[in-house]
Design a protein around this ligand. Sequence first.
Ligand code: UD1
Length: 345
Amino acid sequence: MSLSVLTVVGARPQFIKAAPVSHALAAHGNIREILVHTGQHFDAAMSDVFFQELDIPPPAHNLEVNSLGHGAMTGRMLEKLEEVMIAEKPDWVLIYGDTNSTVAGALAAAKLHIPVAHVEAGLRSFNRKMPEEINRVMADHVSNLLLCPTRTAVANLAREGITHGVHHVGDVMYDVTIAAVERARERSDILTRHGLTPKTYAVATIHRAENTDDPAQLAKVIAWLSERGKDTPIVMPLHPRTRKLMEKSGLNPAGIRIIEPLGYLDMAWLTHNSAAVFTDSGGLQKEAYFHRVPCVTLRDETEWVETVQAGWNRLWSVPDYEPRRDITDYGTGACSAKIATLLAA
Ligand code: UD1
């Protein structure tokens, strides 16, 4: 008898993480995946392009919940996910990362006594003001299978008393990056489209609420980037959240070229060829390392502490990098296959 896994995704980084796992589940042969899109990210550039480029099957259900406050968004997702889970009766619910879609999926499943598997379990910033931190803690505490990308994540869970069902599997995003670079080399025209020469520009992204929602903080981040832009021109693919808030604040920075949000292959190729990365994104901090590009994180803490310890990343408040070395935690690009095996077992 085949096993059914109901996957909940909703936001851009989740489409990326779900892609290799979805392929590994299909390759396993004995697992049926039911993909549910909460609708949290809905623009073609924030959602559809990832399904196309990463060969993710179309979702079986799209709940179309988006553009609401945290309570309303999570609440509506919870209600609709519960209906889908009751109808589909999956053996597992599979959730990713730390968004409102993650916590809604975790709660809906836990209350129906459906086992929950959490990819990217155990990450902590220790900053409870971040919505993502609340989502992570909640999701981990109702999960049965905790799939950790790093040894630090395993230790974080142990400190909270979570030791059962915990596995250090590596990072699914490394699996995706390996495949994306080869595809992007052939298919991406991002450099010619924007007249960019490899290793002469930096890439920046900003979207965290902690950086965008307070106009003074947003102005501080943009001023910091503008200053860096004097040495190395900055290309910034802009998230719709940041675009709206920058327009509202009338920010039009010198030295920063703002472009549309990019698909995965263009983003991988832009990062691969850049001289530096400046970001508040968790995913991009690691991708910078995967491409061996130094990163500055525009936050006061990071969940991906190995990138800092290994000298590839630093917080913007810290002037220097640690000595550089390779990171073994993220695995060898076979993390998704391990996840499929653990679910089947
Ligand atoms: C969400 C996640 C964050 C993740 C990020 C990746 C939560 C709490 N936050 O933040 O952890 O790192 O996704 O991008 O879940 N919008 C559009 N088009 C879209 C998507 C969003 O215009 O396709 C607008 C929304 O209408 C809203 C704003 O962007 O006004 C923010 O979207 P939201 O889903 O609330 O959170 P993100 O900032 O994307």
